[in-house]
Design a binder for this molecule. Sequence first.
Ligand code: ADP
Ligand code: MG
Length: 239
Amino acid sequence: MIHLKDINKTYQGAQPLHVLKGISLDIAKGEFVSIMGASGSGKSTLLNILGILDNYDSGSYELAGTPIWNLSERKAAEYRNKMIGFIFQSFNLISFKTAVENVELPLFYQGVSRKKRHQMAMEYLDKLGLADWAEHYPNELSGGQKQRVAIARALITRPQIILADEPTGALDSKTSVEVMQLLKKLNQEDGMTIVVVTHESGVANETNKIVHIKDGVIGQIEENLDHNASPFGSGGLMK
Ligand code: ADP
Ligand code: MG
């Protein structure tokens, strides 16, 4: 699914900062991977490159067989919309839109009709246990509910991969566990490929593979054998 080879990234400025130093990483379809490292180690930069939100300086990146290099903003947006679902620490919901309107938004950009997108958004909210909250605004929802709305929004385009940047960073520990269980279910029952960036080992331990990153370099890659994934079972969120 993801094939990264020798990726380098430097932020230019008065003091150029070499943030990613030769990152090579392969992530197969159906994997549930965490990228773990201290603050400032380059995790978000790496995830932004994976998500075609940012460019890299050298190396190569292939996503689902498509080489990602020097894309026009329009092409990048098209691939993002088609292939990737994003989840962020701060949820990134639009405050003046209701839960269901937030979930509908990616379909709006795809030109799906109002009726169809409303119906699909309600379906996903229902799957995430939020049907009763559809007409509420983000500031009326708990942190866990907001993140579930954001997950519904990420899923609605049926992406090939979910990229999550510190998805539990703004949540209490109990809610964090619930969100990680939800992602785990999505991986196990729907076979969704998921990459979670985190600085918390508790979060990383919920995934099947932990990729350690330090100062822009990948160190140890741990297989997390505690998890007996039963991929492609029935009753998943995407069905
Ligand atoms: P992490 O997500 O692991 O905390 P980041 O990828 O956000 O790390 O940042 C890595 C380093 O790059 C940090 O030192 C950060 O300050 C710097 N950095 C991040 N984004 C930018 C940017 N747009 N311009 C300049 N420096 C940046
Ligand atoms: Mg970060």
